[in-house]
Design a binder for this molecule. Sequence first.
Ligand SMILES: *[C@@H]1O[C@H](CO)[C@@H](O)[C@H](O)[C@H]1NC(C)=O
Ligand SMILES: *[C@@H]1O[C@H](CO)[C@@H](O)[C@H](O)[C@H]1NC(C)=O
Ligand SMILES: *[C@@H]1O[C@H](CO)[C@@H](O)[C@H](O)[C@H]1NC(C)=O
Ligand SMILES: *[C@@H]1O[C@H](CO)[C@@H](O)[C@H](O)[C@H]1NC(C)=O
Ligand SMILES: *[C@@H]1O[C@H](CO)[C@@H](O)[C@H](O)[C@H]1NC(C)=O
Ligand SMILES: *[C@@H]1O[C@H](CO)[C@@H](O)[C@H](O)[C@H]1NC(C)=O
Ligand SMILES: *[C@@H]1O[C@H](CO)[C@@H](O)[C@H](O)[C@H]1NC(C)=O
Length: 413
Amino acid sequence: MVRFTSFMLNLGLALAAPSLIPRQDKEAVNKKLIVGAAGQILSFQFDGKAFKPISKVVEDGKSASWMVFKHPNHLYAVDENSNTLRLFNYDPATGKLSDKAVSEKTGSPGVVSLEFNKDKTRLLGGSYSNGTVDIWDTSAGDGSMKFLKNVTLQGDVNPKHGTHRAHQIVPDPSGRYFAVNDLGGDAIHILDSKKDYTITSKVKVEPAGCGPRHGGFLNANSQSNPSSLPTHYAVLCETMNQLQLYSIEKKADDTLALKRVQNQSSYGPGVTFNTTTAAAGELTVAYNQRDVYITNRLSGNETDNVSLFSFQNKIGKDDGLLFKQQISSEGVSPRMMSLSRDKNESIMFVANPMGKNGLVALTRDESCGSLAPMASMLNTDISPKDGGFGPQFVLEIPATEPSATRHSANKNA
Ligand SMILES: *[C@@H]1O[C@H](CO)[C@@H](O)[C@H](O)[C@H]1NC(C)=O
Ligand SMILES: *[C@@H]1O[C@H](CO)[C@@H](O)[C@H](O)[C@H]1NC(C)=O
Ligand SMILES: *[C@@H]1O[C@H](CO)[C@@H](O)[C@H](O)[C@H]1NC(C)=O
Ligand SMILES: *[C@@H]1O[C@H](CO)[C@@H](O)[C@H](O)[C@H]1NC(C)=O
Ligand SMILES: *[C@@H]1O[C@H](CO)[C@@H](O)[C@H](O)[C@H]1NC(C)=O
Ligand SMILES: *[C@@H]1O[C@H](CO)[C@@H](O)[C@H](O)[C@H]1NC(C)=O
Ligand SMILES: *[C@@H]1O[C@H](CO)[C@@H](O)[C@H](O)[C@H]1NC(C)=O
């Protein structure tokens, strides 16, 4: 009887295989995610419905609020509460993470953003506390980090911060330049990798006290050549909740001149919000160079929102970002979000450290860029010990290195 049943099952599977398997392959979701929360680094497998825990590193008092990965197994993590940069081993095939850091080096205090140069031989770290950008040599095969130097942001600072704050490093898709968003200095500084990673130009982000936090490059010439110098830069001001767009001009001396062409409320037209608490957070540009997503944090409602703006090369006479949609982040204070690494960037992963849901997946429609609810995980399940203070960072790490150009336009590449 048992043998007969298993025979029937085998037969059934064998018969079903030719038609079923290709279909399953197309629709199967199998994403490996790395997540940073206060006092923990976690990895998950996401199947389209639920987040299944794989590894958990508990590190009380530390905060891995930003991480980057270099194949085959090097995961670099900031600790925004100290001055260390850590290297973990991470296996992208299994999603398994080493129990603790395999190496630790001292750099600037309070680093909150990391980005590689194109061939991943240099790693840049932006310091929130110190207003500096650390330059590391990561060319060694074992992933070890060698501190080369730090670059100090210069210029006036706003009264709210009283110091420069390098909140995010954004590599330009051509690979040569890096934008540094300076929350305390109300400026975007441009670093040139061909000039020994020095700052060769900057633009003031007005009005004073705007507080530029995160940003992204955009290319109005779309995907014709994803590695060419972008035409625009979008930046989100945390303090004034403004979304600003700049045009980029390359000068004869190879410096970049940024000129503001648009500013608008990050909430889109006509929405009122609590200006005392509101602090816009993340900005993510889709590979299609059309969809720009931002998070509006601490707006005063039960959940915060992710908003979609569409990059139009011409609105009337001006280039611009056009408000399209807003959708609940299903939690509070969405600090960071990132797109899945499949060709269509079919999922937006959102990290809400506060509120009900910590890890949230929103399904994305490539044809129009709109987002819709897909899956979520409770903060009380992710961070039961920390009063539910949950994820601040989420990133899909594909099992194999994506082609060089495919994701170079994505700031999280
Ligand atoms: C940054 O550079 C300055 C000047 O070179 C140096 O004095 C300082 O120690 C450096 N900071 C760190 C964190 O290495
Ligand atoms: C930056 O860090 C260096 C070394 O830790 C320190 O000497 C300097 O005072 C810091 N600067 C600021 C603005 O915090
Ligand atoms: C745009 O910036 C100007 C000054 O730089 C400011 O007065 C105005 O309020 C801003 N507009 C929006 C919609 O934020
Ligand atoms: C809060 O939600 C209400 C109802 O959806 C909406 O009218 C209002 O604009 C929202 N305001 C804030 C600050 O979230
Ligand atoms: C804005 O938030 C602050 C702090 O939570 C609160 O005291 C204030 O009443 C809020 N303002 C409005 C208009 O809701
Ligand atoms: C968030 O989005 C919802 C749905 O569009 C809207 O009702 C609400 O007013 C938005 N809240 C804020 C603060 O924008
Ligand atoms: C990708 O998006 C395009 C445009 O919406 C759609 O035609 C195509 O079916 C999508 N591909 C997959 C694998 O979902």
